[in-house]
Write a protein that binds this ligand. Structure first.
Ligand code: SF4
Length: 332
């Protein structure tokens, strides 16, 4: 590991300083320290933000919705009774994301910013990786890309977004509170990530030096009938080959009043399947309708030699998730 400057921030003003070059923020360190050891990230300065946890690590649940402090640990959020009862897709996405040890360390803010698992990105022996070295090329296009993306890809990068929790936040229409050198702002969570464009090294819309403070999740009717389905090579401690976060509101005749569907493991960013949502809105949710929605979700898929199996796998994941959400018993 290379030498770097270490600063511990006790207040937002210590962390977000207009005069400072944009630092790397350290919370749980489960992504940052890994990538520093691999020499993929070489920060000149690391700002430890764990001193902000008393003000930005809490979980508040009320009638209007949920506020998840960015420094809350994954294990704290997944175990919170209101999260488990009223926002099950969040609890499930966190529980399925990683080992208990990692979930005890990793912060929610860091989790949504985790970097891709593309092996060419993580191994500096491969010089061609546009995400690590802009303009260097993409080793995965003609290399090993079994786990790579089908949606929102480009000729510059086909790396899958690796997280799970982000899909839950997309499905629930969450927003993100940010602090930065130019002040505070709030954006839709769906607008936080970018992908599928000509600049794969730019993974988010965060401005230089901006820090995530919290996620807000509205108490919408579809939040309680929500779930996360993750399909992977082995049943624990693996990244998704395909996943689906579903949030569903059914009418008295079991017709779809509202549906939110976000996909993981198949796109370069947390992917909201708008076409699938539109295909089901107002219809009775049965297997045939679910399959039509799944076809719509993958209509724009661009598979390659090693990951073509993920098209059908992704569709089956969507069908299973939709039908399971429709069957959920919602406690009064
Ligand atoms: Fe790099 Fe993206 Fe290509 Fe992987 S897919 S080698 S991360 S540019």
């Amino acid at each position: 590991m290379r030498p770097f400057a270490y600063v511990r921030a006790e207040a937002i003003a210590d962390a977000v300083r207009p005069e400072a070059a944009a630092p790397h923020y350290l919370a749980g360190g489960t992504t940052l320290v890994d990538l520093m050891k691999l020499d993929v990230l070489r920060p000149a300065a690391v700002v430890d933000i764990n001193g902000l946890a008393p003000r930005h690590g809490g979980i508040e649940a009320g009638r209007q919705g949920l506020r998840l402090g960015a420094l809350a640990r994954m294990s704290e959020a997944e175990a919170h009774p209101a999260v488990r009862r009223d926002y099950p897709v969040i609890a499930q996405s966190l529980q399925l994301a990683a080992s208990p040890q990692l979930r005890n360390m990793a912060s929610l803010g860091g989790n949504v910013l985790q970097r891709t698992r593309c092996s060419y990105f993580r191994d500096t022996a491969h010089p061609a990786c546009n995400k690590r070295e802009p303009g260097s090329g993409c080793s995965a296009l003609d290399g090993a890309h079994r786990s790579h993306a089908l949606l929102a890809t480009s000729e510059q990068c086909i790396a899958s977004y690796p997280g799970d929790f982000a899909q839950a936040l997309v499905a629930l229409g969450a927003t993100v509170e940010l602090a930065g050198p130019a002040g505070a702002r709030t954006i839709a969570f769906e607008d936080l990530h970018r992908g599928g464009d000509d600049a794969p090294h730019l993974e988010t819309t965060l401005r230089p030096g901006e820090l995530i403070l919290a996620f807000r999740v509205p108490a919408a009717p579809f939040a309680r009938r929500s779930l996360y389905l993750k399909v992977r090579d082995r049943q624990s401690y693996a990244f998704a080959l395909a996943s689906a976060a579903v949030a569903l509101d059914l009418g008295p005749g079991r017709e779809v009043r509202e549906l939110r569907l976000a996909l993981g493991g198949v796109a370069t960013r947390p992917w909201r399947a708008h076409a699938a949502e539109a295909a089901l809105r107002g219809r009775r949710l049965d297997e045939s309708a679910a399959r039509q929605a799944a076809e719509a979700a993958f209509a724009d898929a661009r598979p390659r030699a090693h990951n073509a199996f993920k098209v059908e796998l992704g569709k089956r994941t969507v069908v299973r998730a939709l039908l399971a959400a429709a069957r959920m018993e919602i406690p009064a």
